[in-house]
Design a binder for this molecule. Sequence first.
Ligand code: FE2
Length: 182
Amino acid sequence: MRREVAIETLMHMLRVSFISISFVNENKNEINVIRFRLFLGAVLHDIGKFKLNKKVLNAKRKLTKEEMIYVREHVLLGEELLKCLKKISQIIKYHHENFDGSGYYGLKDNAIPIESQLIRLADVYDSLTHKRPYKDALSISVALEVMKKEEKNFNPIYLSLFIKHVKSKYVKSYFNNLKKGK
Ligand SMILES: [Fe+2]
């Protein structure tokens, strides 16, 4: 993995863990999850990418179908790396499941570990709002629109709470910073 891509992957995992924990902290009554387990799963969710071929991960273009299938391996590599922590390895393995069953392994609804459902939201949000070698970053509001259009991928209750959370937390602080001229 090229150094910048490795750093970006690390930063992404840190941001996803921060977003997931902050989201759960604000919705303690609605979301029942062990926060330490969620944090560990989130902070390590893409760890398997460090074992993938750097040429594919560093590509500054859209990946081919074969390459996309290859990159999917990162969930299995992550599961293998964390196999001594069964629950965490399962959270990592299933962080690309879609709520309607159209994800990597076809797990559906609440068969998907809750932590993986929460990481999926933070992961997609963070990926959309950050620049990658092959795409530009979207604004917060456009990213939320994209997620709404792809609502089938997420637990509907968590998605609506997540949208509220992002709007109250990040959009407000964005406007406050604008006012302060930051
Ligand atoms: Fe991933």
